[in-house]
Design a protein around this ligand. Structure first.
Ligand SMILES: NC(=O)c1ccc[n+]([C@@H]2O[C@H](COP(=O)([O-])OP(=O)(O)OC[C@H]3O[C@@H](n4cnc5c(N)ncnc54)[C@H](OP(=O)(O)O)[C@@H]3O)[C@@H](O)[C@H]2O)c1
Length: 289
């Protein structure tokens, strides 16, 4: 599997990562199936798994996805020395809804629980999930800075941040990655300057819901330009979208979610799909808002 550098840390990550969310929401598959998905991803060379404390059914189930990934890594018989897990904190799941919580006391506590859930070794990447306007970015990122100093977090990332917010975060603690939504239905990172900023500053950009998320992934076939290119190249529409995102910037590492082995098996094939400038432009035109 092709690799990329995580930010400018010198640490390598696979050019396609695995998004863990579909394995822990209410629609999740049996645990044994999820463990097969994670093991298959590792077999195929995936070395970055994205998760969050909030990938679970509700508050009583918090940290489910982290525990699942930790269990899958423990039972994996192959080489896992290069595997990084990127988790997040800052979202709550009352009754299964999603609410923000940037309270530094909460974040300090959730970092501690994530550390335990991921096996009691330094968290590879901890991302502040969404900015919470009830607290300043400086206050909310202080616990992450402390955890880096204490050795419980190796690297820090941010998610759902604007350029101005990323700059403020970088004044508090070194930031290696930015995770914002980016897919055929949401091309905001091209317009708001975040993608350009990440490329210039050597920050890894992790597009979330790269295939549009579980509600829209089935609609990719309906975008003619994508369906046609998939047919011409004898690859899936998912491969075309992931290749299109990768063609946008060397900073990009897509994190397609999967709860089926077949999904991650297909997604990793996107590393071998190359699109010409003309083909990228064709998809751009078909997905312009
Ligand atoms: N930072 C944030 O605020 C935020 C928000 C949302 C998501 N995320 C992260 O981003 C990751 C990806 O987003 P996402 O999971 O919402 O959406 P996504 O990656 O756009 O789509 C995931 C869905 O697409 C299907 N799929 C993926 N690859 C496929 C393939 N090659 N062939 C057929 N079906 C395929 C999966 O099906 P199966 O489940 O059937 O395998 C899954 O249900 C999440 O897992 C999570 O780690 C972050």
């Amino acid at each position: 599997m092709e690799t990329k550098e995580l930010g400018h840390t010198g640490v390598k990550i696979s050019a396609i990562a695995l998004g863990g969310m579909p394995m822990s929401l209410s629609s999740r598959p049996p645990e044994s199936e999820s463990i097969k998905v994670i093991h298959r991803a590792l077999d195929l060379g995936v070395t970055l798994i994205d998760t969050a404390d909030s990938y679970c059914k509700d508050e009583s189930d918090k940290h489910h996805n982290e525990g699942l990934i930790s269990k899958a890594l423990s039972s994996y018989s192959g080489d896992k020395s290069n595997v990084l897990v990127a988790t997040k904190g800052g979202l709550m799941r009352p009754n299964g809804s999603w609410t923000r919580n940037g309270n530094p006391d909460h974040l300090r506590e959730t970092i501690r629980i994530s550390f335990e859930a991921l096996g009691g070794k330094p968290i590879d990447v901890w991302q502040y999930h969404p900015p919470d306007t009830d607290y300043t970015i400086e206050a909310s990122l202080k616990p992450a800075k402390e955890a880096v100093e204490q050795g419980t977090i190796r690297f820090v990332g941010v998610s759902n941040f604007s350029v101005e917010q990323i700059k403020r975060a970088r004044d508090v603690v070194e930031i290696v990655s930015v995770q914002n939504q980016y897919n055929p239905w949401n091309r905001q990172p091209e317009e708001d300057g975040v993608l350009e900023y990440c490329e210039k500053e050597q920050l890894t950009f992790l597009p979330w819901s790269p295939l549009g998320g579980s509600r829209r992934v089935g609609k990719l076939e309906d975008i003619d330009a994508i369906a046609q290119l998939a047919q011409e190249k004898s690859v899936s529409v998912y491969n075309i979208v992931l290749a299109w995102l990768r063609a946008k910037s060397p900073a990009i590492v897509p994190i397609p979610g999967a709860s089926k082995v077949s999904s991650i098996e297909d997604s990793v094939r996107a590393v071998d799909v190359n699109l010409s400038d003309e083909e990228v432009a064709k998809i751009n035109r078909a997905t312009a808002s």
